[in-house]
Design a protein around this ligand. Structure first.
Ligand code: HEM
Ligand SMILES: *[C@@H]1O[C@H](CO)[C@@H](O)[C@H](O)[C@H]1NC(C)=O
Ligand SMILES: *[C@@H]1O[C@H](CO)[C@@H](O)[C@H](O)[C@H]1NC(C)=O
Ligand SMILES: *[C@@H]1O[C@H](CO)[C@@H](O)[C@H](O)[C@H]1NC(C)=O
Ligand SMILES: *[C@@H]1O[C@H](CO)[C@@H](O)[C@H](O)[C@H]1NC(C)=O
Ligand SMILES: *[C@@H]1O[C@H](CO)[C@@H](O)[C@H](O)[C@H]1NC(C)=O
Length: 321
């Protein structure tokens, strides 16, 4: 009887510790003892980066999104290609991923203070939060304790949602990662920052379908201005459009434009094709505070997508040897 009870306890313990180790449980105070000034150093690196280059916050936010959607938030997006392997960052929709040097600078400062302690995946999650708050958006506490992965594969980037996705495809892409359609609406608000190349929205402004060149759900004068910067046979390198009217300010202008038919991607417009998501878009267009609160909550969820990382990388661009 006693032996049976002990063996039950052991089984429960093994089961519980498997759960914990396989979920890399995150916590707010993870580095309190081992690297108490890490967050300050990372925020400083982001701040320095954005003073020199206004596009840095958008780049960091998108980089974190890509990291979390592929293999969980494990820093896989940061790894360089090698002679043997083409990495995620060099995969098909790599267009415009940039500012990796800001993460390198943050890592360098953090390594000086506490070598081998803070993961690159955590640095990226914190830098994305700083990018938003330093652009005038909400601030939130980031749970930490992610481990860095050793795998980064170019073709994996095809698992990212495409800008041509409709609402059911978006919903599926998010739910596969434990995110709801409410998270989808809030996180799409990340498109309040940054820029898109023509190729990412040309489906809406040229040969939309048999009947019409232009997506009829797009505001006609907005469409004609996009067609001007992005002609059918565009030859201007890096031509494109900002994602909203205030691309360096984290505000709710994205939703205000969206309800007017002035969004950039089909995936943005798709948020108006479902009654629940449409109501949320209208709510965030009307209330910046409600958007901020929802965005912060959904970012914590996205930032917690579990990866299979095993190490604290010493250089964010290469696995430990
Ligand atoms: C819902 C599915 C999403 C799709 C289909 C999507 C697609 C895209 C595309 C195609 C671009 C432009 C790439 C280019 O042409 O240069 C872009 C830019 C961007 N996306 Fe998303 N995205 C999605 C969700 C998100 C999320 C969840 C975030 C962050 C919370 C985000 C943040 C950004 C930012 C900040 C940019 C601008 C990047 C820059 O200027 O460097 N996106 N997105
Ligand atoms: C993007 O990926 C392509 C391969 O699909 C690669 O040739 C190119 O160098 C990559 N671009 C950047 C900026 O990494
Ligand atoms: C690349 O990724 C796509 C989409 O995830 C998948 O269908 C395809 O089989 C992959 N190709 C290779 C060569 O791994
Ligand atoms: C979205 O696209 C998929 C694939 O083309 C299609 O099967 C599905 O019916 C579409 N859903 C909606 C809501 O349009
Ligand atoms: C486009 O046109 C072709 C032939 O005219 C027709 O068979 C097809 O159903 C049309 N597709 C759409 C989406 O209207
Ligand atoms: C990664 O690639 C960048 C740019 O291509 C290069 O400057 C850097 O030295 C590389 N780092 C490593 C560790 O491979």
């Amino acid at each position: 009887m006693a032996a049976k009870f002990v063996s039950l306890l052991v089984t429960m313990f093994v089961f519980a510790s498997t759960l914990i180790s396989s979920s890399n449980a995150l916590s707010l105070n993870y580095y309190d003892q081992t690297c108490p000034n890490a967050e300050t150093a990372i925020a400083e690196a982001v701040h320095k980066g954005m003073i020199n280059d206004k596009t840095v916050p958008a780049a960091l936010l998108r980089m974190h999104f890509h990291d979390c959607f592929i293999r969980g938030c494990d820093g896989s997006v940061l790894l360089n290609s090698t002679v043997k392997n083409q990495a995620e960052k060099d995969g098909p929709p790599n267009i415009s991923l940039h500012a990796f040097y800001v993460i390198d600078n943050a890592k360098k400062q953090v390594e000086k203070m506490c070598p081998g302690v803070v993961s690159c995946a955590d640095i990226l999650a914190l830098a994305a939060r700083d990018a938003v708050s330093l652009s005038g958006g909400p601030n939130w506490n980031v749970p930490k304790g992610r481990k860095d992965g050793r795998i980064s594969i170019a073709n994996d980037s095809l698992q990212l949602p495409f800008p041509t996705f409709n609402i059911s495809q978006l919903q599926q892409s998010f739910s596969q990662r434990g995110l709801s359609i409410d998270d989808l609406v809030a996180l799409s608000g990340g498109h309040t920052l940054g820029f898109s190349h023509c190729s990412s929205f040309q489906n809406r402004i040229h040969n939309f379908n048999n009947k019409t060149d232009v997506d009829p759900s797009m505001d006609p004068s907005f469409a004609s201005s996009l067609r001007q910067v992005c002609p059918m046979h565009n030859t201007v390198k890096n031509a494109g459009s900002f994602l909203d009217t205030s691309p360096t300010v984290f505000d709710n202008a994205y939703y205000k434009m969206l309800v007017q038919g002035k969004s950039i991607f089909s995936s943005d417009q798709a948020l108006l094709t479902n009654s629940r998501t449409q109501a949320l878009v209208q709510k965030y267009a009307a209330s910046q505070p409600e958007f901020y609160e929802a965005f912060a909550n959904s970012m914590v969820k996205m930032s917690s997508i579990n990866g299979a990382g095993t190490e604290i990388r010493l250089d964010c661009r290469s696995i430990n040897h």
